[in-house]
Design a protein around this ligand. Structure first.
Ligand code: ZN
Ligand code: ZN
Length: 471
């Protein structure tokens, strides 16, 4: 039935799918299961979240934390939550070091002159204004850089060309992330004066994938950038033939006294308002594209789900809090939120974050200790018609912004989206609104709204279940 319904939506095309009519009605007599099904089905045709990410990316565009654009995005999110009738809507600021891209130029100067496509890593220091020009040392594997002796890279530019495999769940990104996060300091320890690495991406376009790097304390900070995948391959071929020299100019700047904004709103619980289910996504983005799949889509999913739940009369039993974090990419907003809301943490019974693109959800991981409970069985049955199965291991993470909450004892639920082509676009200039398929986004929103509603209604003490599970 649902499959036929979804095929119809698909076939009927955009015009029918975008018609904004009220699609959802649940009566007080409905069982939780029936209401969850109605919410799920309403989300398949609702376009609230999709419209929000369209407005966000079109009228604001990039939202690098610390820019005026990010401030405007926080105002847009605040006014959207207010207009949709959320309770306790507010923006909260927190301190950050704002990092801004400058010029970024790279070229091979010998044996032949060739331009290279690079993106400065977030947090990178600048080269001298005239740049650096020196010989490169290429490492096919990051482990080979780590095995290089101290002093072996004196005065050179280290280049790591290791590839990141394409996988559906994105786990290869976690496996490769040290190349970007730790590579510059590891190269500096061995004497390098700059660092380049093959983008953590699965595409073959001449677009570099940006991302944050983290310098080690006590190690000289050297300028660092990502190469597009074809440029990294080109350097590997050239280096195999003989000596290669590169000129690199990077002129980023930092402001240690900047701030960003996290925006939140609530749907106050009708029976147990002091018990909070928190769902989040991040409003900030990198600066090369318009932050559509990372993480405008996640914002669309949680806003879309929360907006449907806000319309329920009476409200669901527990309180729903939606949090749009304001500096995930440089890892400020999660720790800042946990610190500012330390008193709330004991009241947060469950949390989840949507930060893996705009494609459909294909599996979900339950909160620890929730296996074999009525909550989980009903959820699995409600999500099954969407083509979603239960992975039989507990969720241990659900997004970087809520990781500090999880560390402080908040159980998490994870809805995993198909990420098979996520890292083709992630953190590149190609991260734009046209990449979002409204039907896939709607399916993900349908999965979230059902999961969130059932968690709001559940009698299950998620925190106790997680604690018992650990012991
Ligand atoms: Zn993200
Ligand atoms: Zn990101």
């Amino acid at each position: 039935m649902l499959r036929t319904f979804m095929t119809f939506i698909w076939a009927a095309g955009l015009s029918a799918a975008l018609a904004s009519v009220p699609m959802f009605e649940a009566s007080a007599q409905d069982s939780d299961t029936v209401t969850a099904q109605k919410l799920r089905d309403a989300a398949l045709t609702d376009r609230f979240g999709y419209r929000f990410v369209e407005t966000l990316t079109t009228t604001i565009g990039q939202r690098l934390a610390g820019t005026e654009a990010m401030t405007r995005a926080s105002l847009l999110a605040e006014s959207t939550l207010l207009a949709a009738g959320f309770d306790n809507v507010h923006r909260e600021s927190f301190p950050i070091t704002a990092w801004m891209r400058g010029r970024e130029e790279a070229e091979v100067t010998a044996p032949s002159s060739q331009r290279l496509v690079v993106a400065t890593l977030g947090g990178s220091v600048a080269t001298p204004p005239g740049g650096v020009e020196t010989e490169i040392v290429v490492f096919a594997r990051y482990s080979q850089l780590l095995a290089a002796a101290p002093g072996s890279l004196d005065g050179k530019i280290a280049v790591v060309t290791e590839a990141m495999p394409r996988v559906m769940d994105g786990s290869s990104y976690g496996a490769a992330i040290s190349i970007r996060r730790s590579g510059p300091s590891e190269a500096a320890k061995r004497g390098a004066i700059a660092y380049l690495h093959r983008s953590l991406g699965t595409d073959d376009h001449r677009l570099a994938h940006v991302g944050a790097t983290n310098y080690l304390e006590g190690v000289k900070r050297i300028p660092a950038a990502a190469l597009s995948v074809p440029d990294a391959q080109q350097l590997a071929r050239m280096a195999a033939l003989g000596k290669v020299r590169i000129r690199l100019v990077l002129t980023p700047t930092s402001d240690e006294h900047a701030q960003s904004w996290t925006v939140s709103g609530e749907v106050r619980g009708s029976e147990r308002p002091d018990e909070i289910v928190l769902i989040g996504a991040h409003l900030d983005s990198w600066d090369l594209g318009t932050g559509a799949i990372d993480d405008g889509a996640g914002v669309a999913i949680v806003l879309g789900a929360a907006n449907l739940i806000a319309q329920l009369k009476p409200h669901a039993k527990r309180t729903l809090r939606v949090v749009l974090f304001g500096a995930e990419e440089m890892n400020y907003s999660g720790p800042a939120y946990a610190k500012m809301h330390a008193d709330d943490i004991p009241h947060i019974v469950l949390a989840g974050e949507a930060d893996f693109g705009a494609r459909r959800v294909y599996t979900f991981l339950a909160p620890a200790g929730a296996m074999n409970t009525p909550f989980l069985q009903t959820l699995a049955d409600t999500l099954n018609p969407l083509g979603i199965f239960l992975t039989r291991q507990p969720a241990t993470n659900s997004g970087d912004d809520i990781a500090p909450l999880h560390d402080a004892g908040v159980p998490v639920i994870a809805l995993r989206q198909n990420g098979i082509d996520y890292f083709d676009i992630h953190h590149t200039a190609d991260d734009t609104f046209d990449k979002i398929d409204p039907q896939e986004l709607a399916q993900a929103t349908a999965a979230w709204v059902a999961a969130v509603y059932l968690a709001l209604q559940s009698e299950l003490d998620f925190r106790k279940a997680a604690k018992d599970f650990k012991n």
